[in-house]
Design a protein. Structure first.
Length: 109
C-alpha cells in the first residue's frame, strides 16, 4: 500500500511541476484559435495566424513564444485546424503541434 501511495505522490508532484510552464499570449484577441480550439471552422474563410512574443527584451534567457495556427470551415457545421508552437522559457523549451476538430451546434436564433 505504501508503494502505491508513494508512486501516486511522485506522479502528482511531477505533474504539478510541469503545469507551471504555461505559454503567455498577450495578443490572444487577434488569434483566438491558439487558445480555444473550438473556434476552428467558426468563419467561412480559412484564417491563418502568426504570433511572436518576446518578454523582457534585452534580458538573457527571457521567455520567447512563437505560434502558427490555421483553421477552416469544413461544411455541415464542422471545422478543423492545426497549431504549431515553440515556447522557450529559460532552460526549458517546448515545441509541438496540435490538431483540432470542432462541431458547431446552433442553440438559438
Amino acid at each position: 500500500m505504501i508503494k502505491v501511495v508513494l508512486i501516486a505522490f511522485v506522479f502528482i508532484l511531477t505533474s504539478s511541476v510541469w503545469s507551471q510552464q504555461i505559454s503567455m499570449y498577450s495578443q490572444y484577441m487577434f488569434n483566438q484559435f491558439s487558445i480555444n480550439p473550438a473556434v476552428s471552422g467558426s468563419e467561412m474563410y480559412a484564417p491563418v495566424g502568426l504570433s511572436f512574443r518576446r518578454q523582457w527584451a534585452g534580458m538573457k534567457n527571457a521567455p520567447v513564444t512563437q505560434t502558427l495556427s490555421a483553421h477552416t470551415f469544413m461544411g455541415e457545421s464542422m471545422g478543423i485546424g492545426a497549431n504549431v508552437f515553440n515556447d522557450v522559457s529559460g532552460p526549458t523549451r517546448r515545441t509541438g503541434l496540435s490538431a483540432a476538430y470542432s462541431y458547431h451546434i446552433n442553440v438559438g436564433d
